[in-house]
Design a protein around this ligand. Structure first.
Ligand SMILES: *Cc1c(COP(=O)(O)O)cnc(C)c1O
Length: 356
């Protein structure tokens, strides 16, 4: 008996269309790095292409190659972490240039090739992660011939605090981005991630880069979630047993039944991305009713107190992620963010894709 991860591609496509409508007249890409946040980049990529998406972002070169094989030659695929010239083996991937070293390498490759090479330029406006830092920007603005041979498909930057609308860094990054673009050759701008699309008109650009919201994570934390849920995870009950009051359950005997109890052991664990920090803090939904997780999360097993539920049989499915325990809610209980819950989803599930 196996756990089942159901991905609603129709919901992913509907989420993309909602964001597309918000961002118009700007275009909206699909960020499908990390295997589309754990949902499956090939299936998600094809569903987004069918919905009208023409621009994709991945993190790694290998992710870009796999996506190209899945979605065919038309759409653009940009590689956020960049890659060296000549490495994409004709997959037609776009490098994101994250520093002057990248700019020099690609300009040299363009000179050798004797033609313009399409690239994206990433500038840092307040994250100190990737992207040209201020000193490199000064050098580039002072000598724009460094960009000779490079066809800028976009100049992009990334928001550090888009999920906190009141944070002053948002407006600062917006102002810095505008100032930087004015000093560089004209090119389309790429700015907002999912949450950035909800920050207001100052964060609009030619190409938004949402990821998490496509997959149902709330881009407006603390406010109602405008996105549709795309992921359901259910795992089967392996055994149900009656235990007397005082019986310890699981590793470390960390929980003991306070009353005569019925315990259901379910086939999922931290090796499946069901985080150990959920021990004693999560709920499983059984026929729409919550059952508390008791004891520690083990590698392959978890235990639920189902004393107050109608009798369960082995083989019955317990919903671990879905309505009543969305990725955001599970994340809150685990002390993390929905992104980590989704990207951590393991490889031992059967995957069911609901067609878009
Ligand atoms: C991951 C990522 C995104 C997407 O962010 P979400 O918050 O998931 O919408 C956009 N841009 C860059 C540079 C990223 O790394």
């Amino acid at each position: 008996m196996q756990a089942v991860l159901t991905v609603d591609l129709d919901a992913v496509a509907a989420n993309w269309r909602l964001l597309r409508d918000r961002a118009a007249p700007g275009r909206v890409a699909g960020v499908v790095k990390a295997d589309a946040y754990g949902l499956g980049a090939a299936a998600v990529g094809r569903a987004l292409v069918a919905a009208g998406c023409r621009d994709f972002f991945v993190a790694h070169l290998a992710e870009g190659m796999a996506l190209r094989a899945a979605i065919g030659p038309g759409p653009s695929i940009a590689v956020l972490n960049g890659f060296a010239p000549g490495r994409d083996e004709d997959a037609g991937l776009l490098p994101v240039l994250n520093g002057l070293g990248d700019v020099a390498a690609w300009a040299a490759a363009a000179a050798v090739a004797g033609r313009q090479l399409p690239v994206l330029l990433h500038v840092d406006t307040g994250m100190a992660r990737l992207g040209l830092p201020p000193a490199e920007l000064e050098a580039l603005a002072a000598d724009p011939t460094r960009l000779t041979g490079l066809a800028l498909q976009a100049v992009m930057t990334h928001l550090a605090c888009a999920d906190a609308p009141e944070h002053p860094l948002n407006a600062e990054q917006s102002a810095r981005f505008a100032a930087i673009r004015a000093r560089l050759p004209a090119a389309p701008a790429s700015f907002a991630n999912s949450s950035g699309l909800f920050l207001g008109p100052g964060f609009a650009s030619d190409l938004a880069r949402p990821g998490c919201a496509l997959y149902g994570i709330n881009p407006t934390p603390g406010r109602p979630n405008p996105m549709r849920q795309a992921v359901t995870l259910a795992a089967p009950v392996l055994q149900v047993r009656e235990v007397p009051a005082g019986t310890p359950v699981g590793y470390g005997a960390g929980w003991a039944a306070p009353r005569p109890s019925r315990i259901a052991t379910v086939a999922a664990g931290y090796a499946d991305g069901y985080l150990r920090s959920l021990s004693g803090r999560a709920v499983g939904m059984v026929r729409g009713r919550p059952a508390p997780l008791v004891g520690r999360v083990s590698m392959d097993l978890i235990t639920f107190d189902v004393t107050d539920l109608p009798a369960l049989q082995p083989g019955e499915m317990v919903q671990l992620i879905g309505p009543g325990n969305t990725p955001d809610e599970v994340a809150e209980r685990a002390g993390t963010i929905g992104y980590e819950i989704l990207t951590g989803l393991g490889g031992r599930y059967r995957r069911d894709y609901r067609a878009a």
